[in-house]
Design a protein around this ligand. Structure first.
Ligand code: FES
Length: 176
């Protein structure tokens, strides 16, 4: 069998036809990924179960009389991969040595709420939702107050467990 070669004859038309078929299959598969992710997102998007994020040293917030904005990071699993997310939170000193940590995500439609020092309240830039320093709803379309997050103190550090909640409903419903 010396010199034996496999000779494949490709008819131009069927070659391109095949290429087109493979191409459209590939496109279909590619397109279905974002669609599937969109459908399954609420099922898979969650901060991984036991993770605590450092907010800062307790001493940093002990003397503050106003909510303090901090950016925290945490690993988030969306079913296919793990990504590190950053989110803003506000630390509200309760006055008795404990702290409330509030998510800066507006419970109306998810814009980022910001603290207005002169007005002594939180204001959402999107539809004018307003909240008291402890996150209670004052006025505007948000159906509930800002979402408090689970906290703990570990080795002198304030830590938070970040969670996402369903928007535009009156009860705090965790998305998990
Ligand atoms: Fe905040 Fe609408 S998203 S008031």
């Amino acid at each position: 069998n010396e010199g034996k070669k496999d000779v494949i004859v490709i008819n131009r038309r069927s070659f391109f036809g095949g290429l087109m078929a493979v191409g459209s299959l590939g496109m279909g598969a590619l397109l279905s990924v974002p669609v599937l992710r969109y459908i399954l997102y609420p099922l898979y998007a969650k901060a991984s179960g036991t993770e605590w994020s450092d907010v800062g040293a307790v001493s940093e917030f002990a003397g503050s009389t106003q909510p303090v904005r901090k950016t925290i990071t945490f690993a988030q699993r969306d079913g296919w991969r793990e990504v590190v997310s950053a989110q803003s939170v506000y630390v509200h000193p309760s006055g008795d040595g404990t702290f409330k940590v509030l998510s800066a995500i507006c419970p109306h439609l998810g814009c980022s709420v910001s603290w207005q020092q002169g007005q002594d309240e939180f204001v959402c830039p999107c539809h004018g939702g307003r909240f008291a320093p402890d996150g209670k709803h004052i006025s505007g379309p948000p159906p509930r107050g800002m979402d408090p997050l689970p906290t703990r103190v570990n080795n002198g550090k304030l830590q938070v467990h970040f969670e996402f909640f369903r928007s535009n409903v009156s009860n705090q419903e965790k998305l998990s």
